[in-house]
Design a protein around this ligand. Structure first.
Ligand code: MRU
Length: 363
């Protein structure tokens, strides 16, 4: 049993009848929702069972599950839990009760648009249902969102690998892998497909302070698939690019604005600036569910601020000088002008701008 840093604690942790792997970070089994606890990786492979929509919201906030598409998929299953609880309370008033829970779920994390996207899609399904128990129909819709995400990632992988084109090393940031999605991954989907095509020398995983998604999660996931991965500190990226041999920076996205600006894990912007200086290309791999046409540019996207403790401590041990505070924005905006290509399941946008993004979304 583990306590959450925020919100409720004491969720039940169970061993599931499957072996933990990155493609099964989100599991719906026997009418229950289970999440692989990403806070514990790579040391422990442990699932948490979620009983309610509020627990799922707390798990998203506490980063038991993280990564934009994975947050959206978890939210879709959380809608099923909300509808179940609502229907148990009132066969006629379940929709209203469910919507009350969804208002809280929608606030679990502010930046990844996939959360809102999944809730709205599930809510539309709920609104169209006839009277009676909504659970089966909503579960089918959640499973569809999950399966569509995996299919999108495979397509992104194919398109992205073709663009990589020739054998090279790549740098990736954060974890945009199977763990962060329904499976296969976005940026790591491109890496997987490119590796299968013989195009990858090394994957350099930025450790990605302060939460270490790179050194803990990306390195775990790729090494399990025998894809050659080395961990680097964020500060080593410029030196590495300067030495040559790195053709691409490949990252995911939490939200892409209408003009092609990309909000992703803090440090992505640094990488893109350094990449441009060294003539290294930048690829953003993301499903269209991450594109938010309602925001004109990246500066209008809310950037999540998290606790200074995440910067000041490591594994519950304080490392910052006593009495000193920290500033902890966890995402940044990479201007479209620094991005060579955005790869989605519908195709690639080279040198993105508002017209090209709109064209892809209308295709
Ligand atoms: O704070 P996190 O770990 O949820 O941030 C995740 C990222 O920034 C990922 O790069 C992004 O969500 C893309 S995941 C396919």
């Amino acid at each position: 049993m583990y306590e959450f840093a925020t919100g409720l604690n004491q969720m039940e942790a169970l061993s599931l009848d499957i072996s933990a792997d990155a493609d099964h970070a989100i599991v719906w089994q026997n009418d229950r929702l289970y999440l692989l606890d990403q806070r514990l990786l790579p040391d422990e492979e442990h699932y948490i069972e979620l009983h309610t929509c509020a627990e799922a919201a707390a798990a998203i906030t506490a980063m038991v599950v993280r990564g934009a598409p994975a947050i959206g998929i978890t939210a879709a299953y959380a809608v099923v839990l909300a509808a179940r609880a609502g229907f148990a309370q009132s066969a006629t008033g379940w929709l209203r009760l469910m919507q009350r829970d969804l208002a809280v779920l929608g606030l679990a994390r502010p930046t990844a648009v996939n959360l809102r996207w999944a809730i709205e899609r599930m809510e539309r399904v709920a609104l169209g249902l006839p009277s009676g128990d909504p659970e089966a129909a909503l579960l089918a819709a959640a499973v569809q969102i999950h399966q569509e995400d995996v299919a999108a990632n495979k397509r992104i992988g194919e398109i992205g690998a073709r663009i990589v084109g020739e054998r090279t090393s790549v740098i990736t940031h954060c974890n945009a892998g199977a763990l962060a999605t329904g499976g296969y991954g976005t940026a790591l989907g491109v890496v997987r497909s490119a590796f299968a095509a013989g195009l990858i020398d090394w994957v350099y995983a930025d450790e990605t302070r302060p939460w270490f998604q790179g050194s803990r999660l990306t390195a775990w996931e790729l090494s399990r698939d025998a894809i050659p991965v080395r961990i680097i500190t964020e500060g080593a990226a410029a030196r590495l690019m300067g030495e040559g041999g790195v053709g691409w920076v490949i990252v995911g996205a939490d939200r892409i604005a209408a003009n092609g600006d990309v909000v992703n894990k803090i440090g992505t912007y640094n990488l893109a600036v350094v990449a441009r200086y060294h003539g290294v290309k930048v690829m953003v791999a993301a499903p269209t569910s991450t594109i938010d046409l309602s925001v004109l540019n990246g500066e209008r996207i809310p950037i999540e601020m998290r606790s200074p403790d995440e910067v000041l401590s490591c594994r519950d041990r304080r490392i910052g000088a006593p009495g000193v505070d920290a500033w902890n924005p966890v995402f940044d905006v990479t201007p479209a002008a620094l991005i060579d290509v955005i790869v989605t399941e519908r195709g690639a946008i080279h040198l993105p701008d508002a017209n090209k993004v709109a064209e892809l979304m209308n295709s």
